[in-house]
Design a protein around this ligand. Sequence first.
Ligand code: NOJ
Ligand code: CA
Length: 515
Amino acid sequence: MPQPAWLDDAVFYQIYPQSFCDANGDGIGDIEGIISKLDYIRRTGFNALWLNPCFVSPFKDAGYDVQDYFKVAPRYGTNDDLVRLFDEAHRRNMHVLLDLVPGHTSDRCRWFKMSAKPLRNKYSDRYIWSNSGWSRPDGYNWVVGNADRNGAYMLNFFLSQPALNYGFNNITDADWQISYRDKRVKPTMVAMLKVMRFWLDKGADGFRVDMADSLVKNDPDKSATAWLWRKARRMLDRHYPQAALVSEWCNAPVAINKAGFHCDFLLNHGGKLTDFAFYKRNEQGASCAYFCKTAHVSAQQMLQLYLDELAKTRNNGYICVVSGNHDVERLSHYLDESERKLAFVFLLTLPGAPFVYYGDEIGMRYIAQQSKEGGFHRTGSRTPMQWDDAQPNMGFSTAASGKLYLDVDRQQDAPCVSKQMSNGNSLWNVVRTLAEIRHAQADLHASSEMTVVECTPQGVLCYRRGQHTYVLLNPTDCPQVSTVSVGSKIFELGTASEKDGVTMLAPQTAVIFQK
Ligand code: NOJ
Ligand code: CA
């Protein structure tokens, strides 16, 4: 299947627009602010962006409750500003993904208001309604009493997010469930395709797709949902062959092979690579993640399912490993800086397209706090980017500090871009160097193969990418021995030295070499 060529060398940077850079001093990030930081992003080695939703919304779920898919939220700027961001990004050889939320809208969306009217109209079947206000079949989340239509409507996520109607696969109650092939639900996907075309025509390079697996209900094997996405993929192949679709699905064989996504996110779900690598704790609450230096675990379990999914999706699309996102506690909550440096070696040398969450490249902290815009525990990972140590807001905004969307990290040793850039040993410098190496070595690009060469019970891991490039890791706080001889090094953290026919790895060592 054709792939947008640019994905092969894409290294993504995820921007939560509220918190990246506030250009007009009103306390909240905006598109102009993002444009002003494109050079920083490019210089750090990122050549692609994903922006969380930036459309008109009541922001009860930080913008994942879209009110108008065709209009940028005034707090971020205008549609013209977004087009300028596309242009400025393209001028720098960068690509921009928007966030598409196809599973639900805000209950303030015009489609929903029309759907909630008692008189039948064009939007009556756009959302999932039961056939009477008194009928709220088990197994679903319903809202009743919020509209004059005689029915209850189904939620897809929060109370403010009614589920769009793509129909049902297994029909268990024909009174109100419509088949996904019925012409009454066809306009829903047609509307989403229209949204996609609208932004692609303006210069967007594709979409990260929110809850991509949630469209058709009663669809346990996801075959009907996948069928719908293949329509979207056909539209792209025909009209926008360079546009990319990245799914929030976390099941690459289904998302990529069946639904036709170019990429699928590998999220923090239990049993998946990122869980074993970064987050996993034992029953006593101690970290047993591969990159925790005291854990001393083999990489075998971490890689098992990943390698299997990699093999299954080979030539069809990419698995995207992420440093974190707006839904999870930041990486720094789980791993210290020395551990994170090694974690970035791994992240940036894996196949597929890596995604780095804004601020992770400088080690921003997770700051537990009161919920904002439906963030709940996630709010602590959504705080403003720290650019420098200037007052009042570390370069994020000139607004009075009490007027910020969320406060910056006010601790004495809060990391910031300017300090990290001027320190040769900083995390930022490691990330930048790795991204540069990745761009320069075709072996490290998304499509090149990964072969495990060594995996010891003590935690040593060596894998080859492509024909000639190797990554050798000892994430533990003990010296370790590898039987792999190191060729010509192109990156080294810690030390790897050959002695008596084996390679001695100092604690927390990572080497990239070629032979
Ligand atoms: C997943 C998004 O990442 C999350 O932030 C949002 O709350 C839900 N989907 C609902 O759209
Ligand atoms: Ca602003």
